[in-house]
Design a protein around this ligand. Structure first.
Ligand SMILES: Cc1cc2nc3c(=O)[nH]c(=O)nc-3n(C[C@H](O)[C@H](O)[C@H](O)COP(=O)(O)OP(=O)(O)OC[C@H]3O[C@@H](n4cnc5c(N)ncnc54)[C@H](O)[C@@H]3O)c2cc1C
Length: 384
């Protein structure tokens, strides 16, 4: 019987899995090389969505993830880390407009909520956008999308888990897994501690491949880096996620905005010692694009720049649930983890404790990487 579980990694996944395990009565040790929310979950755009996710199984997981956030925030007094303000998106150029039309047609076909707006309708939602920057029509609104504050969510999930007896082991990296036969028996930490467990869950985000390797499993990852810029507080009424061709933005608390573009991800610099930073001119260009889109942003300055690493399994899809060859070792690893973790973390926790949910997890099993179907050359499914 599984009683004592070690969860590796205290990002959104580790927090969600720990909370769900503790709620079900398990004894959980949550181990992190640093502090909760110190990894990718502290450097993310954190847009909750399913409009970018294919195939259908991934889309459905995203929809379930969004519903789980909605449900959790509604049941917790002060659950205002969750902001379901919607997402406005439009494209520039014939090819991009055609791509957006196809994307919207696909998700409407799935039964997802999306509506085309005219410029005037979009301006009713976001009156501070410069009308000259918007197309006359074909602005899509996804009303059930939004964004969350991951650090506050993690804090909520972990404080609930700690009150049920879960224990955090911070600042101590997992450096070894003891595997005897087909069972992981113990976890070895950099401090020299050895922790025994009935089950181990790999929630190490971008380092999930390395943790799998310690268990003798090969999890291919193709992580990418992304740059996020937080502005100083500014008097502007942006109240939802906006994906304009030149810049992506959303509110970031107390009048701040969070900015991102695909182009800026190419401006990451990595020093010889592994320190990451972003090219200053690219940051300034992105800030300027946001000022053009929304002139009231003009007084804003750059308050912080964060570089995050997206944990992307080799075929772009989540890796969730038990490893068949090592049945007490589990995965909860994906890109779009902010959207998915509360729901997917609960499914994984249930499976750890023997409540298998094959129908929900079948498309996301680790074993697909050992089958001949997988090739790292496969085109990747869409997803932020
Ligand atoms: C620029 C950017 C934009 C993004 N935008 C979105 C978005 O809009 N919507 C969305 O849903 N998702 C988005 N994502 C992805 C999302 O942020 C991640 O999928 C999610 O945060 C991953 O959470 P995690 O818990 O798996 O990993 P992490 O938050 O990285 O947590 C993993 C933890 O494991 C710990 N760890 C690692 N190795 C060890 C070890 N050996 N021993 C002990 N601990 C270890 C780390 O210290 C870390 O705390 C974005 C990511 C980036 C970088």
């Amino acid at each position: 019987m599984v009683e004592k579980v070690i969860v590796i990694g205290a990002g959104v996944y580790g927090a969600a899995v720990t909370a769900a395990l503790a709620r079900r009565g398990a004894r959980v040790l949550l181990v992190d090389a640093g502090a909760p929310a110190g990894g990718t979950s502290g450097s993310t755009f954190s847009w909750t969505n399913a409009s970018t996710k294919h195939p259908r199984s991934y889309h459905d997981l995203g929809v379930a993830g969004m519903a789980a956030h909605r449900g959790l925030a509604a049941e917790v007094p002060g659950g205002d880390w969750y902001h379901e303000g919607g997402n406005l998106q439009w494209a520039a150029g014939a090819d991009e407009r055609e791509k957006l039309r196809r994307k919207v047609a696909d998700v409407l076909d799935y039964g997802y909520e999306a509506r085309w707006l005219s410029r005037a309708e979009a301006l009713e939602l976001e009156p501070d956008l410069d009308p000259a920057e918007l197309p006359a029509d074909e602005i899509v609104h996804f009303p059930r999308e939004g964004w969350i504050e991951p650090a506050r969510l993690i804090d909520h999930l972990l404080s609930g888990a700690f009150s049920r007896g879960a224990v955090l082991v911070p600042d101590d990296a997992v450096i070894g897994l003891e595997v005897v036969g087909a069972v992981v028996c113990a976890v070895r930490l950099a401090s020299g501690r050895r922790l025994v467990a009935d089950a181990v869950v790999n929630c190490a985000g971008p380092r999930a491949g390395a943790i799998a390797g310690l268990a003798g499993l090969n999890l291919p990852m193709r992580n990418t880096r992304g740059v996020l810029v937080r502005t100083s507080p500014v008097e502007v009424s942006i109240s939802r996620v906006i994906h304009a061709p030149q810049v992506h933005l959303r509110p970031a608390g107390a009048g701040r905005l969070l900015l991102h573009t695909r182009a800026i991800d190419g401006a990451v610099r990595v020093s010889d010692t592994g320190e990451t930073s972003a090219d200053e001119s690219a940051v300034e260009e992105m800030l300027e694009a946001s000022r053009v889109l929304c002139p009231r942003i003009r007084p804003a300055t750059v308050e912080s720049i964060r570089v995050g690493e997206r944990p992307i399994p080799g075929d772009g899809l989540p890796v969730l649930g038990r490893a068949v060859e090592l049945p007490n070792f589990f995965f909860a690893v994906s890109h779009s983890g902010v959207t998915l973790s509360v729901y997917a973390g609960d499914l994984v926790a249930a499976e750890v404790l023997g409540e298998d949910r094959d129908e929900a997890l079948a498309a996301f099993r680790f074993e697909r990487f050992s089958s001949e179907r997988f090739s790292s050359e496969r085109p990747s499914p869409a997803g932020r």
